[in-house]
Design a protein around this ligand. Structure first.
Ligand code: FAD
Ligand code: EPU
Length: 354
């Protein structure tokens, strides 16, 4: 016997547990094998001060993990994985129309969307069924069906690992943009502890994204309500995207590329069917899925790693693919799109060890 311990808790304290040489296979939606030197589960954020005061922990690389639905482990994590498993939804203010609601980082995002609907609030309905935690939602400013979470965020409560202090950032200081935020650029330093949402009981429905109105009509008579919009969006999502419970994936693997107006016009002239949408600062957003499909890569696979046959923007693990194999497929897709269209696709998920 080597005496090598795997997945046995080596220490527990008030609100935390530490496991040495931990498997992360069940903690990422690609379901690839990976390990961390130490895995720390935080059940009470008051434990952060204690955890980061431990000598030997404070200086090592830290990866904050939610539900692992926007990560690719192309290798092991050579340090500490810190999993935010805190829970709690607190109504901080409520004037009968608007409310300020504070949600712990470890709450499940989709559960919170349903909590908001059940309490009569509007604004999050288009973001239903996005996997992951509330704490991860501001990191890439999750978005779907014409809405981004930054629109509903009032502020974010953080643990600043470098300065070992708690901070609060108001929404306007979070630098939210398409699949981007301040937090994404400083991943090792800023840890989201809780998110404040400004929720409103007066619906301002966003029905402009392709497919919503048709899906509402399919649902039957009656005026659209936040709950009905959520149901329509959920049905669209279940039809379009492969379910990670059935086949490992991390949603869109690439961001939709942003290009300037001249590049967009030239591409439109050559490929009038390429979907384009207006974006911030005069830029134009292109459909990455269309570009990948036009390269003949939809459904392409090498071993168990491949491009989904259901949606060209999603990479899938057909069974036993490793993270490194999936990363090779990603690079093959990037090369193909660059060679054919001169466009550089960027991964959306965080790549570990690639
Ligand atoms: P993880 O994957 O665990 O982490 C993602 C990143 O956030 C990592 O860099 C991690 O270090 C960091 N992070 C996580 N928690 C914290 C924290 N508390 N503090 C600091 N950093 C943290 N995304 C969209 O925007 N729109 C979609 O429509 C969408 N659809 C998806 C569909 C499917 C089927 C899947 C699998 C994914 C989809 N995603 C979508 C991506 C994913 O759901 C989101 O990015 C989600 O916010 C990730 O949450 P998570 O808890 O799994 O984060
Ligand atoms: N398309 C193809 N081939 C495909 C799939 C799509 O050509 O296989 C084209 C179609 O023309 C379609 C267009 O792409 O009309 C757009 O497709 P879709 O509505 O599925 O949206 P998307 O651009 O592929 C983005 C987000 C999703 C989000 C949806 C809905 C990014 C990177 N992805 O996908 O977010 O749910 O819009 O708003 O912005 C994610 O981030 O993980 C994610 C799933």
């Amino acid at each position: 016997m080597s005496g090598y311990r795997t997945d046995a808790a080596i220490a527990t304290g008030n609100g935390w547990t530490i496991v040495e040489n931990a498997s992360l296979e069940g903690r990422n939606t690609f379901r690839v094998k990976a390990r961390a030197d130490l895995l720390v589960d935080i059940h009470d954020d008051a434990a952060l001060e204690e955890i980061f005061a431990f000598r030997g922990l404070a200086e090592r690389p830290v990866l904050v993990l939610g539900e692992g639905s926007n990560l690719l482990f192309a290798g092991d994590w050579p340090g500490i994985v810190l999993s935010m498993a805190t829970r709690g939804i607190e109504v901080v203010e409520d004037d009968g129309v608007q409310a300020l609601v504070r949600v712990a980082a470890g709450e499940n995002w989709n559960d919170f969307v349903h909590w908001s609907l059940a309490h009569g609030f509007a604004g999050l309905e288009n973001l239903v069924l996005i996997p992951g935690t509330v704490g991860a939602a501001p990191i890439q400013n999750i978005g779907a069906y014409g809405v981004e979470v930054g629109d509903a965020i009032a502020g974010v409560h953080l643990w600043d690992r470098r300065d070992r202090v708690r901070r609060h950032l108001a929404r306007d200081d979070c630098a939210f943009a398409y699949r981007d935020s301040l937090f994404k650029r400083d991943a090792e330093r800023l840890l989201v502890v809780a998110v404040d949402f400004r929720l409103d009981r007066r619906p301002a429905l966003r029905l402009d994204y392709a497919g919503i109105v048709t899906e509402l009509e399919r649902l039957g008579d009656g005026p659209p309500t936040p709950r009905r919009v959520a149901e329509a969006v959920a049905r669209l999502r279940m039809r379009k995207l492969p379910n990670p419970a059935v086949i490992g994936n991390a949603g869109s693997f690439f961001k939709n590329p942003l290009v300037d107006a001249d590049t967009a016009a030239a591409l439109h002239a050559a490929h009038p069917e390429l979907p384009q949408w207006p974006a911030a600062a005069g830029q134009v957003k292109l459909s990455a899925a269309w570009l990948i499909e036009a390269c003949g890569l939809k459904g392409w696979r090498e071993g168990d790693a491949g491009v989904s046959a259901q949606h060209a923007l999603v990479l899938v693990n057909h069974g036993r693919a490793s993270g490194a194999e999936l990363w090779n497929v990603a690079r093959h897709v990037v090369d193909g799109v660059r060679a054919r269209f001169g466009i550089a696709l960027e991964p959306e998920p965080r790549i570990i060890g690639g």
